[in-house]
Design a protein around this ligand. Sequence first.
Ligand code: DGL
Length: 273
Amino acid sequence: MKRVLVFDSGVGGLSVLDAIAASGRDLVLDYVADNSWLPYGLKSDADLRARVPALLSGLVAQWSPDLVVVACNTASTIALDAVRAALAVPVVGVVPPIKPAAALTRTGVIGLLATPATVRRAYTNDLIVQFAPDKRVVRFGSSALVEAAEHKLRGEAFDPAAITEAIGGLFGAPGGAEIDVVALACTHFPLLANELAAASPRPCVWLDSGDAIARRVASVLIADPGQARVHRAAFTDAHAARATFAAFRARGFSELELIGDAPAFITRPPTNI
Ligand code: DGL
């Protein structure tokens, strides 16, 4: 049975883990959230390129996964090459779903909802040039939506302004009234898909990368059909780990660990987080 390590800054990677868990493959799923550094969308490119490969190298050495999913668009679009160079196992990145969005749009106008870092990245520009050269892409960057998703998964009320600002930023922009596909290019945002769709001025396809990533993982690992099961989850911040514990327990996690400081990122044995 193959082991997959899913990585994100916070709970966003759970949208990808859910898709992998639903894909009917015989896999063991571990999770790591760098929540002491959340939100990644407001961190510098240089800081992320240094931290993400170091953290994942430390954890891969301790947990020995067969494959790592960087379930974070903000990390993938700046550090995927650095992560691949640092790890000896296959790495699947999550990047904005521009190609499927371009194939789906009928109006030729795509909304791109991501973190402030992802919307301005060269990697994102290149995807648009390569896969949607004849489409109009309306971009909106939001860290408030990341926080809203974190609050939602803690079972707390979140500020509805995060939703209305994002919807206004997309559909109120020049050309935005024609958007018929929205690429959810942050793994936190599928966790708010219902709220976003309910606030939308028109019916749209709300496109996320989860199922495509699940298919990619299954094909890279040549995973047998079966039932995925979750195992360990590690966090860089104890308070955030406690606060989001219910969302992890609801997915079957029982072993939670804390990760010590850089540069070693040594996990501590399971604790009563
Ligand atoms: N979930 C991450 C992504 O896909 C980013 C969230 C953050 O800003 O930390 O981009």
